[in-house]
Design a binder for this molecule. Structure first.
Ligand code: HEC
Length: 470
């Protein structure tokens, strides 16, 4: 290269740099962040499905170059998508500046807990039921005075007569707390009074045999609590170990019982969307078993060679809410879409709920999953949310404190930090009313034995109790 060529090259680079700099300035890092990242890292960057980006903790490198690389290439085994195809370097740079700028304002105020809230039917009292929990995931009740709460890092906590016991239940199963995994649902047997069984769902990891990252999958056990210790454990669902995945997200999992005595649970697709359609694999499906782990022989794919015998429905991306209708006994579920396309589904035997063949959502990086929203042989949702609210936690209101809400559906949402009430007639949603907003990311919602509504907040790690104001 002679010196003129060298000069031209330098000039060219300089021009490129200017064009680039102007572009970066024009890019609104905040807007790009909201569009691409908020669904997982939270609208306020404070975390949600994925870690906070402003807590000063950088698991994968704190320097700009590392953060830049993580955005560009993703951390795909954990569910952090790659943005190489959809964001240019200037746009990634703008987001990075926005994150750095936001870090400076940490400690910014959260709205205080409201003590009341108005709805069309009732004024609500909102009180603190439990606080100081570490990523609480689910709540269920042993009796009127005793609640069980799971914490995702692996602890099962108990609230007795309104007091959170300081000591967790001892000896609960070891869980893999990584990514979205950990101790997930807790469910109390409908005949608990007689049999004492309690069910847990969690992320189970295979032993590390030194060959890279070990596989993990959702597993279910049941046991009893004796002297604050987990005892008499039985495994009721463990997938074949060759189906375990090295990803660390989309585990599902909720556990419900229908009036006929079947137990239903869901496993997310573990980040492998096409597997949700494959009956030889457990992920991306709803399963039906007996509470002791036996498998009903009339399950829809029971007789299909090579199938997972417990399968009940297919094409369920990542179910985070499940509830059984108190009158009809139907199983309802909410699942996360990617960007857009969160769904409410009525789960029926042998049906295919479509993921990823049909969807109302886009990939997180804005690329298309499927052109189709409807197709013969695939079920339409009862309702879908676009943009995604990150549905999480579901229950039909079944108590007596709110008579006007009897059998209506309570729907929690992480990202939108809300609980809404859905009125459903003839399998159509007639209206949706937000009854609680902006108190934190809602992980679970449940009618208590006392008729109050309990709302589990992922962060700030609390459980709220809603009752009608007299
Ligand atoms: C689908 C969910 C999802 C989306 C969308 C997403 N991320 Fe992530 N991100 C994750 C997960 C999961 C991790 C791994 C850490 C964890 O579990 O939170 C992660 C990790 C990261 C990390 C590394 C954090 C560390 O501790 O070192 C950065 C930086 C990051 N994301 C930035 C972004 C940015 C910027 C965007 C938008 C352009 C984005 N992410 C969009 C899920 C997501």
């Amino acid at each position: 290269m002679n010196s003129t060529q060298q000069k031209i090259k330098q000039l060219f680079i300089l021009v490129l740099f200017f064009v680039f700099a102007v572009q970066v300035k024009a890019q609104d890092g905040a807007a790009l962040y909201q569009q691409n990242c908020a669904s997982c890292h939270g609208a306020d960057l404070n975390g949600g499905n994925a870690a906070s980006l402003i807590d000063g903790v950088w698991q994968f490198g704190a320097e700009n170059s590392y953060i830049y690389r993580n955005i560009k290439f993703g951390i795909t085994h954990l569910g952090m998508p790659s943005y190489e195809a959809t964001l240019n370097d200037g746009e990634i740079g703008a987001i990075l500046s926005y994150i750095r700028e936001s870090e400076k304002h940490v400690g910014a105020v959260k709205p205080p807990i409201v003590h009341q809230s108005e709805t069309m039917d009732y004024d609500l009292n909102v009180e603190m039921f439990a606080e100081g929990l570490e990523i609480p995931w689910a709540i269920d009740f042993l009796d009127k005075n005793t609640a069980l709460i799971t914490e995702r890092p692996g602890s099962l906590r108990m609230v007795k007569n309104g007091k959170l016991l300081t000591e967790a239940v001892k000896n609960t199963p070891e869980v893999l707390h990584e990514g979205q995994g950990g101790l997930l649902d807790v469910a109390v047997d409908p005949n608990y009074d007689k049999n004492g069984w309690i069910y847990l769902a969690f992320s189970h990891v295979l032993k590390n045999n030194g060959e890279g990252r070990p596989g993990a999958m959702t597993k279910l056990v049941r046991g009893k609590i004796k002297d604050n210790t987990w005892a008499d454990e039985q495994v009721i669902f463990e997938a074949p170990h060759e189906t375990y995945r090295t990803t660390r997200h989309h585990y599902g999992c909720r556990i419900v019982f229908d009036p006929e005595g079947y137990l239903y649970f869901a496993i997310g697709e573990r980040g492998y969307q096409d597997m949700a359609q494959d009956v030889t694999l457990p992920n991306g499906k709803v399963h039906r078993i007996f509470p002791d782990g036996r498998i009903p022989t009339d399950n829809p794919w029971y007789n299909e060679p090579g199938s997972i015998k417990s399968l009940y429905s297919l094409g369920n991306r990542n179910i985070q809410g499940m509830a059984v209708h108190p009158v009809t006994g139907e199983v309802w579920a909410t699942e996360h879409g990617p960007m857009g396309g969160d769904e409410l589904n009525l789960i029926q035997a042998g049906k295919n709920y479509g993921w990823p063949v049909i969807t109302y959502g886009l990939n997180y990086n804005g690329t298309i999953v499927s052109d189709l929203t409807r197709k013969e042989g695939y079920e339409q949702p009862i309702f879908y949310w676009k943009p995604s609210t990150a549905l999480c936690g579901l229950d039909f209101y079944s108590g007596d404190l709110f008579p006007k809400w009897k059998n209506k559906l309570l729907v929690g949402a992480l990202k939108y930090e809300q609980v809404s009430l859905l009125d459903i007639e003839n399998d159509r949603v007639m209206y949706e009313e937000v009854i609680l907003k902006n108190q934190g990311r809602v992980r679970d919602v449940s009618t208590g034995p006392d008729g109050a509504i309990y709302v589990v907040l992922n962060n700030p790690g609390t459980v709220l109790r809603l009752t009608p104001k007299q």
